[in-house]
Design a protein around this ligand. Structure first.
Ligand SMILES: Nc1ncnc2c1ncn2[C@@H]1O[C@H](COP(=O)(O)OP(=O)(O)OP(=O)(O)O)[C@@H](O)[C@H]1O
Length: 475
């Protein structure tokens, strides 16, 4: 007769132990009083509890929340129950009641799969996925908010006040007129206002001076199918309509043709447009930002710009200072653009020599920030191609360095009477010095003036011990 777990003896026990110890999962067998009858080697290793220690004892003494007592009580199997029996360890338990041949409950068995490594990898994966999501969001926000007030550079007080004003009115629907010379950042400001406004529609720029008169109306207001010869049969929406729920940026607004201005005034007043060749009004939700480097008031007095349009446009007028009015920001811009172009071109960020920074700070910058940005890009490109590792004066565009280059060698007329060889030598030295003076120390130009190869000039400089130390432009 089978007496359950207590019926295991001799060979049976030996075989039983060998089989169960070869299982890689932790295994525990208890009798119907929850007393441990078997504890395999894998369980010993995982829980650091010896067989001798636990066998014959109530499993609840070691594991108060063990699953086996529940299995025995409910006589119900459990499969793949997730548990973390100790910190940073994870298992999946399956447990079932055990019955003898007469179907009497004799105990329970549990098998535990160690999934710690799997859980660690899963957690790592989750973390990596989270990081990836964050990075994606970051990239999205960088790409979509390429223009935002936080990216606008400038510590100049006048400029900071202007930016503050723009920030404050971003959220309202008020029209803005931005005044400033070319390259002072009018479009950057307009785009930042749009980003900050949270208007759902797009930012549509339109340059009033870049569109031929014949296309102006159809480009800005759109047209109905067949409105004019060559027009698309389906018609086309104009820039203003395309910016519905967003912002239209009208650059060079002073150049808007006079006969277009009443039509545009209607957009400003009622948000209504009529496509070219169309009869129905199209109501839009539009914010207008205009910009110009011209004196609009003067254009009004000359009759080139409608006064009512001017007043309507200039609810808020923002004036951007030119770069020479914000000299205190030039160094900041230089370092900002240097860093960003070095990253773009894969060049180590170099120091800027004091004399070069001096030139950059004192230059006129008629083209404002755009011009400065282009000069810094040029410097970085030269740095990359010439692999000098440092910025030299010749990297500056010629029109800038010519203005600042100085080379004042001492040229004496007192050659004196001497033998012919000495006289020829002295004359040659003088010619070289004068050529260098005229070329402001530029070797290439001096060789052209002297009509000799570059190598010859270098040879003669050494021969006559002519130092180029006073020259601002290095060669
Ligand atoms: N405050 C600023 N911070 C960083 N970059 C700027 C700033 N202002 C202008 N820039 C850069 O200078 C360049 C010229 O700016 P933007 O096109 O806005 O000038 P603009 O006044 O609209 O010129 P234009 O009248 O010729 O259209 C752009 O490349 C822009 O990125």
């Amino acid at each position: 007769m089978d007496d359950g777990l207590n019926g295991l003896n001799g060979l049976n026990i030996y075989l039983f132990n060998t089989v169960l110890d070869s299982i890689k999962q932790s295994l525990c067998i208890v009798d119907n009083n929850c007393v441990v009858k078997y504890w395999n080697t894998a369980a010993e290793t995982f829980y650091s509890i010896n067989k001798e220690e636990i066998t014959g004892k109530d499993v609840r003494l070691f594991f108060p929340d063990a699953l086996l007592p529940k299995v025995i009580k409910e006589q119900h199997p459990f499969e793949d129950v997730y548990n973390s029996p100790k910190k940073d360890y994870y298992i999946v338990i399956s447990a079932a009641p055990l019955y003898d041949s007469n179907n009497n409950l004799i105990g329970g068995i549990s098998l535990e799969r160690d999934i710690t490594d799997y859980m660690k990898i899963t957690k790592l994966l989750e973390k990596t996925t989270d990081n990836l999501t964050l990075l994606k969001q970051e990239i999205h926000s960088i790409n979509h908010n390429k223009y935002s007030f936080s990216k606008i550079i400038g510590n100049n007080e006048k400029f900071k006040k202007t930016v503050e004003l723009c920030k404050n009115i971003s959220n309202s629907n008020i029209n803005i007129l931005i005044l400033g010379d070319s390259g002072t950042g009018k479009e950057v400001i307009a785009r930042s206002v749009h980003t900050q406004s949270n208007r759902k529609g797009p930012f549509i720029p339109f340059n009033c001076s870049a569109i031929p008169y014949s296309l102006f109306e159809s480009e800005l207001f759109g047209y109905e199918g067949g409105a004019f010869t060559g027009a698309d049969k389906k018609g086309k929406i104009g820039k203003i309509e395309a910016a519905n729920k967003g912002t239209v940026f009208l650059d060079e607004i002073g150049d808007m043709p006079l006969d277009m201005q009443p039509k545009f005034l209607r957009v400003l007043e009622d948000g209504i447009i009529n496509r070219l060749g169309g009869y129905s009004d199209i109501k839009l939700d539009i914010r207008i930002i205009g910009a110009t480097n011209k004196n609009l008031k003067e254009l009004v007095s000359e009759g080139k710009f409608r006064q009512d349009l001017y007043y309507r446009l200039s609810s808020v007028v923002v004036e951007l200072p030119s770069l020479k009015e914000r000299k205190d920001d030039i160094e900041l811009f230089v370092y900002h653009f240097l860093k960003s172009f070095c990253m773009q071109y894969g060049v180590n960020i170099p120091e800027i020599p004091g004399n070069i920074m001096n030139i950059l700070v004192n230059y006129r910058w008629d083209g404002n920030i755009r011009e400065l940005k282009n000069v810094i890009e040029r410097i970085v490109i030269m740095l990359k191609s010439y692999k000098t590792g440092k910025i030299i004066l010749e990297f500056l565009p010629e029109y800038i360095y010519d203005e600042y280059a100085v080379f004042e060698p001492e040229i004496t007329d007192d050659i004196g009477i001497s033998d012919l060889n000495t006289a020829v030598t002295n004359a040659e030295k003088k010619a070289i010095l004068m050529a260098l003076k005229r070329s402001k120390g530029n070797i290439t130009k001096a060789t052209k003036i002297l009509n000799i190869p570059r190598t010859s000039l270098y040879y003669k400089l050494r021969k006559y011990n002519i130092s180029m130390e006073n020259k601002v432009i290095s060669d």
